[in-house]
Design a protein around this ligand. Structure first.
Ligand code: SF4
Ligand code: SF4
Length: 249
């Protein structure tokens, strides 16, 4: 027992001071992209052609962050002259449309409201459903419960039963086989409730887009309040989005 206490004392507090103190991620981390819309059509075409996700639309001049898997191919082939990824991890948005980055000033922003703050600001219990993902989104969501992130210190936690939940966090593409289970889980959560789409798969199908095994897009099935892009989203991206949504930062 004394040994355990000594070890604990030696280790000190391992929990991150975020959001009180900002965190800077490593330079190599790919977060919010900076897009140079003054690039030549040839350069844009080269990057669009290289994108495995068809996330770059040359005609509409937009990049779909909900479809992007942050693979970095466009940055590499264009040598960063068209798309250059920053290490800004604050990527969550309130509306799917906001993930379509075009050549107008496009802000990634999350709406918080007094109603949400009043309802869930002190306690938000989430039921997580993987509707068909690869498990990386789930793993990086799980990490939020470890001592470094310590999600519970903000009153946010994951629960096993939808009956005990205030909201649904969906990861993975909505597969045909999981559609009914997903909808039933949503129905089992008492009102008022929120829905969070986490990861490229849940937002757009991710690498599985176009598969005949996918059901309808999530926003046609459920009223999504928060979209968190990434493949998978960095735990800090999720943490930031949740705290901003709850009006805590
Ligand atoms: S980083 Fe995103 S936009 Fe660029 S090539 Fe990969 S998926 Fe496409
Ligand atoms: S978004 Fe990426 S990491 Fe998440 S489930 Fe889909 S493929 Fe896996």
């Amino acid at each position: 027992m004394i040994k355990t206490l000594l070890t604990r004392f030696e280790q000190g507090n391992k929990t991150s001071a975020y959001p009180v103190k900002p965190i800077t991620l490593v330079e190599d981390y790919r977060g919010r992209p900076e897009i140079n819309w003054n690039s030549t059509p040839e350069l844009m075409h080269l990057c669009a052609e290289s994108c495995p996700q068809d996330a770059i639309d040359e005609q509409k001049r937009c990049v779909d962050l909900g479809r992007c898997v942050f693979c970095g191919t466009c940055e590499r082939v264009g040598e960063g002259r068209f798309i250059n990824f920053t290490n800004d991890f604050e990527l969550g948005v309130s509306a799917r449309q906001q993930l379509l980055l075009d050549d107008e000033l496009n802000q990634l922003s999350i709406n918080s409201s007094q109603k949400i703050k009043k309802l869930f600001g002190r306690s938000l219990q989430l039921r997580q459903v993987s509707a068909g993902g690869c498990n990386a989104c789930e793993a990086d969501t799980n990490v939020l419960s470890t001592p470094f992130f310590d999600l519970a210190r903000f009153g946010i936690d994951f629960v096993a039963s939808p009956r005990h939940a205030d909201g649904l966090l969906v990861t993975g593409p909505i597969t045909v086989n999981m559609k009914t289970a997903l909808l039933k889980t949503y129905e089992a959560i008492p009102d008022p409730k929120i829905v969070i789409a986490s990861g490229a798969c849940s937002i757009s199908g991710g690498p599985f887009f176009g598969s005949n095994q996918l059901a309808d897009p999530i926003e046609t099935l459920l009223p999504v309040d928060l979209f968190i892009p990434g493949c998978p989203p960095h735990p800090l991206t999720t943490l930031h989005a949740l705290l901003r949504f709850l009006g805590k930062i």
